[in-house]
Design a protein around this ligand. Structure first.
Ligand code: FAD
Length: 436
């Protein structure tokens, strides 16, 4: 393939890359997708819930053919103390009648990404697995192609789309992001897939038919560090994992495996996984740059999408797949416009940023732009408050012959002693600013 030139090369067949490829191929544009994994998806993992609003536009019959596990009907946010949890639990039958099941499905990425890459091929894209892009070819500050391994071939294109995921070496080579990742804006997650009998799983999580759950955990299950734990139900497996910022792990001298083991052994988690068999173990990073620390997303001949661009909504919504797919589509639409204008310079490619800014992608990241720094600057929220809340709830529900009014007064006094009113008010204001 040496010295070949195509219109567009996409690096990576994750959800961003395949979404871009489908959009370009449908528009009749020549597109190559280069994927380092032997099969698309084999290197990819997430929690997780795939959010499918974008997919719905790309592959309208996706519900019939995509390898979906369960649709999410129950969401739970839990604050863990040392010996238990306090949770907000939302369960609904409402999405049973939603034609697309609220666009929220658990999937296993090894299967789903392979299927999505197949859809790109069906649309007319050429997908080359087992081919790693080792570097960009840059001439006069313009990206004009890529070098690949194995073989050291040079492939040329009018425009290259980076959909290479979190490590984003090409974005670094292009000088669009800083050389060092900020440890307080980069999460390392560890995950297990645990097999359970399908009936046991359904009973344990109160599931009927193809219903599924998405549980998120904060506080003691992660040693009180900034991050989250998760449980998602698949057909006959659970996806369970923890993700904590690298900065927190360094400060607290913990490693991802230790955190996951601690989480799995927490009394709020243990009963869910009892009797299950771990059939998969993996680790992956999550870029939590946030709106204020995004890299530059385009230059002459080059666009950056998905995790490579840090487009992850790491608030309690925990969305990445939909932002990645949307950015892939916006990058492809920008390339389509560049083909029309026959201009692949920043003059046209800057449209990509406009599309992101006018969509939920950057609007949501902007809304939560203070979140990561808030938790980094206020570690007591996840370290001290959960145990205090557990203690107060414990006092409230502990049976005695004391009149209830007396109990409530004692609890209120204890709370004021532990957190002065002024601190409580400023903390509440900070939470509002970071999350709502
Ligand atoms: C533990 C965890 C839990 C998560 N939970 C959720 C969730 O529940 N819901 C959600 O929406 N999001 C979740 N996310 C985030 C979500 O997974 C990502 O935002 C999303 O996968 C980004 O897609 P992408 O296509 O940009 O990158 P990726 O999916 O990482 O794909 C990148 C692709 O590029 C390939 N590649 C990399 N470098 C090269 C190269 N040099 N040459 C060729 N190919 C290359 C890789 O092999 C890979 O196939 C989670 C992430 C993690 C790690």
């Amino acid at each position: 393939m040496s010295e070949e030139k195509v219109t567009c090369i996409i690096v990576g067949a994750g959800v961003a890359g395949s979404a871009a490829a489908i959009t370009l191929a449908k528009a009749g544009i020549e597109v190559l997708v280069l994927e380092r994994g032997e099969v698309p998806g084999c290197k990819n993992l997430f929690g997780g819930v795939l959010y499918t609003t974008i997919l719905d536009k790309l592959v309208p019959d996706w519900m019939e053919s995509a390898p979906l596990e369960r649709y999410v009907t129950r969401k739970r946010f839990s604050i863990m103390g040392k010996d238990g949890e306090i949770a907000l639990d939302f369960k609904t039958k409402r999405y049973e009648s939603h034609p697309k099941r609220n666009f929220s499905f658990t999937v296993l990425r090894a299967k789903f990404d392979a299927w999505l890459a197949e859809q790109a091929e069906k649309a007319g894209a050429q997908v080359f697995p087992g081919m790693m892009v080792s570097e960009l070819i840059i001439k006069n500050n313009r990206v004009v192609g890529v070098k690949t391994e194995p073989g050291g071939d040079e492939l040329y294109a009018d425009v290259v789309i980076s959909a290479e995921g979190v490590h984003s070496y090409l974005t670094l080579q292009a000088g669009l992001r800083k050389s060092e990742f900020d440890p307080d804006h980069m999460v390392t997650a560890a995950k297990e897939v645990i097999q359970l009998d399908e009936n046991v799983l359904a009973d344990r999580f109160q599931l009927e038919g193809n219903e599924g759950v998405a549980f998120a955990y904060f506080g003691d299950g992660l040693f009180g560090m900034f991050g989250a734990g998760f449980i998602y139900t698949n057909k006959n497996t659970l996806s369970i994992g923890t993700g904590v910022t690298i900065g927190e792990m360094i400060r607290n001298k913990k490693n991802p495996n230790e955190i996951l083991e601690h989480f799995k052994n927490h009394p709020a988690i243990r009963p869910y996984i009892r009797g299950g068999e771990t059939i998969e173990y993996s680790a992956h990073m999550i870029p939590e740059y946030g709106y204020n620390h995004l890299p530059k997303l385009y230059m002459d001949g080059f666009l950056v999408t998905g995790d490579a661009a840090g487009l992850v909504n790491s608030s309690h919504h925990q969305e990445g797949t939909n932002l990645a797919m949307a950015s892939g589509v916006f990058a492809a639409e920008t390339v389509i416009e560049a083909v029309k204008r026959n201009d692949f310079t920043s003059n046209t490619l800057k449209l990509y940023l406009e599309k992101l800014e006018n969509s939920f992608v950057l609007k949501d990241l902007k809304k939560y732009r203070h979140m990561t720094s808030f938790f980094n600057e206020n570690p007591h929220f996840l370290r001290d408050y959960p145990d205090l809340m557990m203690e107060l709830f414990g006092d409230y529900f502990e049976l005695s012959e004391k009149p209830k009014e007396e109990i409530e007064k004692e609890i209120y006094k204890k709370l004021k002693r532990r957190i002065p009113l002024w601190t409580m008010a400023t903390d509440a204001w900070k939470v509002k600013k970071a999350l709502f």
